[in-house]
Design a protein around this ligand. Structure first.
Ligand SMILES: Cc1cc2nc3c(=O)[nH]c(=O)nc-3n(C[C@H](O)[C@H](O)[C@H](O)COP(=O)(O)OP(=O)(O)OC[C@H]3O[C@@H](n4cnc5c(N)ncnc54)[C@H](O)[C@@H]3O)c2cc1C
Length: 254
């Protein structure tokens, strides 16, 4: 199964759910939180009309003419939580610089939100593979599994450039409390990026009917999908969530 077939598989799932668009829902920022040296979160008071699933995304912008165009962010929060959260990597565009300075009590606007088909299949054990800030949809999925007392087996393979992995304390706590969850951390600065042989070894003990979910910057997603194809994984067992905007990012996993 090649990469093209993987993309087709994903597209067919994506059509099953629709995007809610043409919105201007106001979201009030309640907290700005530092997750790592490179990543920040904004937590918003939940809007009652935003009904989402783990793995969904939203388009968000500032309500000011200087920033007519927003950005797409995965929900890092779970629908089981009282707040909405986005987590983003610090950047250099005017939008990103402004986002990193956004203060509690400011408002932003959700212009649309929805799914690109990156949804958890509760009928199959899961292998999550995250690159850096690509952890966001997985944080949403895991928090949802924890809060609903699910026992779905999940193995998370999490690559980050430096050892300050966003959400690490929370992930470690969940691993300690739940036998269905295991995590492998790979600090790429010292351990290098995941090779095909390493990936093969890391998933050897997971159930054969597992499904792979890959999220992060597009070059990282492409590299992991190439490994999975080399390991003869069929396309229907791979879902991808490529964070466009980070194509040229030199430090994919930071
Ligand atoms: C479905 C989906 C979900 C997403 N979820 C998330 C998420 O949860 N968290 C997240 O952080 N992002 C997410 N993204 C990506 C997000 O939408 C933005 O594209 C991303 O944050 C880049 O933001 P930016 O364009 O402001 O660029 P920046 O973050 O400012 O920069 C990104 C890179 O672009 C290059 N660049 C930008 N400006 C310049 C310049 N002036 N000179 C040279 N190089 C430059 C650099 O390589 C830089 O590292 C998601 C995207 C999609 C499609």
């Amino acid at each position: 199964m090649n990469k093209h077939q993987v993309a087709e598989t994903r597209t067919s799932i994506a059509t099953e759910r629709s995007t809610v668009s043409d919105l201007n829902f106001e979201l009030r920022i309640i907290e700005r939180r530092t997750e790592s040296a490179d990543c920040l979160s904004l937590l918003f008071a939940r809007h009652p009309e935003v009904v989402y699933s783990p793995g969904d995304w939203m388009d968000i912008r500032f309500p000011t003419p200087e920033f007519p165009v927003g950005r797409t962010y995965s929900f890092a929060s779970s629908p089981t939580e009282p707040d909405l959260r986005i987590t983003f990597k610090r950047g250099m565009t005017p939008f990103k610089l402004r986002l990193a300075e956004a203060e509690p009590s400011e408002t932003m606007l959700i212009t649309q939100y929805g799914s690109n088909g990156f949804l958890l299949d509760p009928s199959r054990p899961a292998v999550f593979i995250a690159g850096g800030v690509g952890i966001t949809p997985f944080r949403s999925m895991l928090k949802s599994l924890v809060d609903t007392s699910s026992c779905l087996p999940v193995h998370l393979i999490y690559q980050n450039r430096r050892p300050d992995f966003p959400f690490r304390a929370e992930l470690d706590q969940w691993v300690a409390e739940h036998r269905w969850l295991s995590v492998h951390y790979q600090t790429t600065e010292t351990m290098g990026r995941l090779t095909c042989a390493e990936l093969s070894r890391l998933v050897r003990s997971t159930a054969p009917e597992r499904k792979f979910y890959v999220a992060g910057p597009p070059p990282m997603v492409d590299a992991i999908v190439a490994h999975l194809v080399q390991l003869e994984t069929d396309g229907e067992s791979i879902l991808t969530d490529a964070f466009t905007g980070y194509e040229d990012e030199p430090n994919w996993y930071a």
